[in-house]
Design a protein around this ligand. Structure first.
Ligand SMILES: Cc1ncc(COP(=O)(O)O)c(C=O)c1O
Length: 353
């Protein structure tokens, strides 16, 4: 018997998701986590809940209510996911392709589509990494599911409400991924009533500092939510994740304090990166940069040598640069990273003289 006889033929050709690297002892600026950490109330709740982990999770409804209150919608507008990654998977299981997204954007749209055998198309962003809305209708009109991340990962730019509405008007299942919503403040959630084809994705991984617990949510109209609930595995939010989510959502001031610090530090990081490379304006908790003529791998190794792990992307199809992405860490981490950039700038200047 050979495994290949039973395997779906596209599976051996998949490229798995490449996560940001964690190197013990180094400052990680590679996965857009909130390096300020979760609220101390989350840590307390997790300690208290540890003895109860023999129970199956049973607080989904409580968490849905807390999320609904936070997002300003009703409980029947919310479904929870094991990270927003799982919601991308659920959407692609529930709805027929072809699916469409942009290049570059969050790679999971492509990876999950390809894993499920769903046809997947990518449209190049414009050279400044903005959305090519003008000619988008032709190809968008042929897809059934459209994924738009705003702010976009890895580029950091936002898509205007006007552009999102023009995409929504194509009448396809439109997934607006707001993973970084708290760092930009703009949301399309209020439009779920007007546009029955709109699904908004959010996560507690970023602003709320719960990446390790895997909890995200989708906001949409009750009909779509009921379909996603039906397609969802049971107990997808584990017991500790539910407790942590409840504690995090009950401590909004802490989330606002840490995201506020990140938003304040973002322009410093942007300026520092711009002095050495081509950096792009960001409304998220990271800055995207073209490090050419260095390769992204050379830049990655340089920063690792100085104690910082950034995310190396290398090249993107049809774009000329060599790209890295740097998360805005704590204020001290940003100051440390800026010193490294300053050292690089000075040594380059000396070499020019
Ligand atoms: C745009 C975007 N969407 C979704 C996710 C997935 O987040 P999670 O599965 O941790 O909720 C990420 C994570 O980096 C992201 O950048």
């Amino acid at each position: 018997m050979s495994v290949g006889e039973f395997l779906k033929p596209w599976i051996p050709h998949l490229t798995p998701y490449k996560a940001g690297v964690t190197l013990p002892g180094l400052v990680k600026l590679a996965s857009n986590e909130n390096n300020w950490g979760p609220s101390p109330k989350v840590v307390e709740a997790l300690k208290g809940a540890a003895v109860d982990v023999y129970r199956y999770p049973y607080k989904d409804e409580e968490v849905r209510s807390a999320v609904a209150k936070y997002a300003g919608v009703s409980v029947d507008n919310v479904v929870l996911g094991n990270g927003s990654d799982e919601l991308i998977d659920l959407i692609l299981k529930a709805f027929r392709g072809p699916a469409l997204s942009f290049n570059p954007s969050f790679s999971e749209y492509r990876i999950i589509s390809q894993t499920l055998g769903t046809e997947f198309w990518e449209v190049d962003l414009l050279p400044d990494f903005s959305l090519p809305v003008e000619n988008f209708g032709k190809i968008g009109g042929k897809a059934n599911i459209i994924f738009v991340a705003t702010p976009n990962n890895p580029t950091g730019g936002v898509v205007s409400q006007k552009d999102l509405v023009s995409i929504l008007k194509l009448g396809k299942i439109t997934v607006v991924d707001e993973a970084y919503f708290e760092f930009c403040g703009e949301t399309i959630v209020p439009l779920i009533k007007k546009h029955p084809n709109l699904i908004v994705l959010r996560t507690l991984s970023k602003a709320f500092g719960l990446a390790g617990l895997r909890i995200g949510y989708a906001v949409s109209n009750p009909e779509i939510i009921a379909c996603l609930m039906a397609a969802k595995p049971p107990f997808n939010i584990n017991y500790l994740a539910a407790e942590a989510a409840l504690a995090a959502l009950a401590d909004i001031p802490y989330m606002k304090k840490t995201t506020g610090a990140i938003i304040r530090d973002r322009p410093r990081l942007m300026r520092g990166l711009s002095e050495c490379f081509t950096a792009y304006p960001s409304e998220a908790n990271f800055v995207f940069a073209d490090v050419s003529p260095l390769t992204a791998e050379e830049a990655y190794r340089f920063f690792v040598g100085k104690g910082f792990v950034v995310r190396s992307f290398g090249r993107f199809p049809n774009f000329g640069g060599e790209y890295i992405r740097v998360t805005v860490g704590t204020t001290d981490e940003t100051s440390g990273f800026l010193k490294v950039l300053d050292g690089l700038r000075r040594s380059r200047k000396q070499r020019q003289h």
